[in-house]
Ligand binder design. Structure first.
Ligand SMILES: CC(C)(COP(=O)(O)OP(=O)(O)OC[C@H]1O[C@@H](n2cnc3c(N)ncnc32)[C@H](O)[C@@H]1OP(=O)(O)O)[C@@H](O)C(=O)NCCC(=O)NCCS
Length: 316
């Protein structure tokens, strides 16, 4: 699937008509869509669901009537269909059939979880009401029992803990929707800028990488902005590290150390036993850093590589 996804909130999205038309076209596929559409069309969305967003994941490569295609959406609001004072709730989770199996709903859920602490400082958990078995567990939710819905029916309730960091630096799993911020960070860090190449580091290249490695790329944020990042991925046997960097204003605070620890932990969960990274010989800071992180220097190997694309240099 050749796709480039952008995350938008319906309420600040400029082309609401296109979204409504695409939802309408999907309404045969899921019975809850007509109800959601009625809330959007008669303006009662916030009255029914309280404060919150309707997040959209749009495919910019595939156009529908000349507009980005609606691939996945969900609501992240004070309420859903359960009579309760708990909040917030993720609801109306839908991925278009052509996009299923690519972890798209998971990307939007991560976005909600990453913003939950700032939006709901009083809350301990994000909730979902669903009768699906095994789905929300995949996204880190736990089943906590059944509650009555506003329709008077029993519904399964799942919750996921909101991570509250004590320092002002927060950490999150990266998704393709973070590409613009990453690109800007990489270009502000000299040693990383030097390692970028015009094919693999495009939006398309990074999206492809993150789709193959959805759980092992991390960012550090301050005030909601990405200030450090690490990409790691594996081929089923070995893991490799790419583009670890921390914005110069945030270096020597232990951010890279934490990013590396998070990546290592995630890779271990995937059963990976060894990890490596390439470091320019003249990058003293990074060589000193990796030594401190316990990464030994192999001197009995030659690094051999071959480019399979004329635009990707092999280096000296
Ligand atoms: C290398 C880099 C990622 C380190 O990020 P950081 O967040 O500052 O690192 P941390 O604060 O987690 O450092 C952990 C430890 O590494 C060592 N270290 C980090 N930066 C160092 C430096 N400039 N000189 C010497 N040691 C350093 C220190 O021991 C440090 O702990 P300490 O300061 O408490 O003694 C950062 O300097 C960077 O972004 N450099 C440019 C991009 C780059 O070269 N990336 C690596 C590509 S392989």
């Amino acid at each position: 699937m050749k796709s480039t996804f952008i995350l938008k909130d319906y309420f600040s999205y400029e082309d609401k008509e296109s979204i409504l038309a695409q939802m309408q076209a999907h309404s045969k596929e899921w019975g809850a869509i007509p109800f959601l559409l009625s809330l959007l069309k008669d303006g009662s969305f916030h009255q029914k669901l309280g404060k919150g967003s309707l997040y959209l994941l749009l495919d910019e490569e595939k156009l529908t009537d000349g507009k980005p295609s609606l691939a996945s959406f969900l609501t992240f609001c004070d309420r859903d269909e359960i009579e309760s004072n708990l909040k917030p709730w993720i609801g109306f989770v839908f991925t278009a059939p052509a996009y299923r199996g690519h972890h798209l709903a998971g990307q939007i859920i991560e976005h909600c979880m990453n913003n939950a602490a700032a939006l709901y400082p009083e809350s301990e958990y994000v909730y979902v009401s669903s009768d699906e078995k095994g789905l929300y567990e995949k996204y880190g939710f736990e089943f906590v029992g059944k509650m009555k819905s506003i329709w008077g029916e029993d519904s399964g309730i799942f919750r996921r803990k909101i991570e509250k960091e004590t320092s002002e630096i927060n950490y999150k799993t990266l998704t393709p929707a973070d590409y613009d911020e990453l690109w800007s960070l990489w270009n502000q860090v000299e040693q990383t800028k030097r390692a970028l190449n015009p094919v693999d580091d495009t939006r398309e290249g990074i999206t492809r990488y993150m789709k193959r490695n959805p759980t092992t790329c991390f960012a550090a944020t301050s005030g909601g902005k990405i200030v450090g990042a690490i990409l790691t991925g594996h081929d089923g046997r070995r893991a490799i590290i790419h583009h670890l960097c921390v914005h110069p204003d945030f270096q020597r605070m232990g951010i890279a150390r934490t990013l590396v620890a998070k990546a290592e932990e995630a890779l271990k969960k995937e059963g990976i036993t060894k990890i490596f990274g390439l470091v320019f010989k003249d990058n003293d800071k990074a060589n000193s850093f990796w030594g401190k992180m316990g990464y030994s220097l192999r001197t009995n190997l030659n690094y051999r590589n071959k480019s399979l694309n004329a635009d990707v240099p092999t280096g000296e």
